[in-house]
Design a protein around this ligand. Sequence first.
Ligand code: FCB
Length: 460
Amino acid sequence: MTAELRFPPRFRWGTATSAYQVEGATRADGRGESVWDRFCRVPGAIENGDTGDDACDHYARAGEDVALMASLGLTAYRLSLAWPRLFPAGDGRIEPRGLAHYDRLIDRLLAHGITPLVTLYHWDLPQALQDRGGWRDRATARRFADYAAACFDAFGDRVRDWVTVNEPWIVGVLGHQLGLHAPGERDLAGSVRAMHHLLLGHGLAASALRATGRPGARAGVAYSLYPHTPAGDTAADRAAAHASDGYVNRWFLDPVHGRGYPADMREHWERAVGPLDFVADGDERAIAAGSDFIGVNYYTRRIVAAGRGDGPWPWRVERGRPGVPRTDLNWEIVPDDLTALLLRLHRAHPGVPLLVTENGAAFDDAPGPDGGVRDARRVAFLHGHLAAVHRAIAAGAPVEGYYHWSFLDNFEWAMGYRPRFGLVHVDRDTRRRTVKESGRWYGAVARAGAIPARPPGGAG
Ligand code: FCB
């Protein structure tokens, strides 16, 4: 028997998707408009003029997709609820057909032995709330908590783990600062307000979950975490990397886990946009109301040097190093940094369970003449990152599960359908699903609860 690396018995072997990226059916069953429906209509906003109107048609094919997941041997699934399906106007009237859809989906998952991890906000804000100020408006945090409470009420008997907010940094930077994601704002001061209100929304939602009194219910944020590498071995580059880490990582982790906003980054922000007067007394306490796990979305590292880059910050982000393997999006593949990241989180927030809520790679492999999709690079990527998780667990990090991004090739935001992240290939015209070699490999790993000690394809 070949040597293997065994994972803990209840380790969750999952995949992740989000509603807007896979569902399609954006006008079905009373769904309201989201900021992404609107943003996709802006000329030039999305590559190739793509939209999520049809996406993977997962709304109609959810049954088939769940059965496929189960047939591979997967035991967990991270999905998101579309807020505008449940509250077409953002608040007020709840849409029963939206509720019925997710009811069925959750029941199907459970019937197949797949544990759901449900994200409440994966970027598809109801447009009606954007029209009232969106995340820059404090009231959105309260409305989010009300929406969250309705979801806990509807699904909390079957769903135990909730990701409140997905990647508040990305929403702030790409959505509100650079205008590359919905709602397409370019407003530096507005972006820091939006990020604050996202965190406040998380805290209020986490409190609402506590208030349900459901035993074992847990809430956490899925952060876009980028380990930082100083460009050179100098004090200036190390300081720059630490500062940028404040911008990307600590600004979110610290307040959610009870430390308040980090002072160094607060100074950077105040220099850039003036006093953060929208942080009211008691907000930091509300944000820290109770996070039960840390959701780690990890894709690549950030190499940072001292100096001035594009933004108002005293650091510069470098493009990566020669010789480091990359995905088709040119992202460096650095599994060792995932180990280091998980151990850092474990040290900084001892006792808090960790979930790898996203990790994956864009590789554009198409079906071959026999119809099969041989994506050996994704298999190697998976092996490398799962081995990295295994090392972190062996060193004591409480990692409970791994959710590969993504189950299906899907709508990748401003890049449209070009990047293919799926374990399952989706034909753009027919939406036909073809399990890739990586999907079969990952399914076999999930069944075995172990990965081979040696990287796959070593001999060839
Ligand atoms: C993350 C997003 C996810 C997906 C991956 C590639 O930032 O959370 O929706 O787009 O990147």
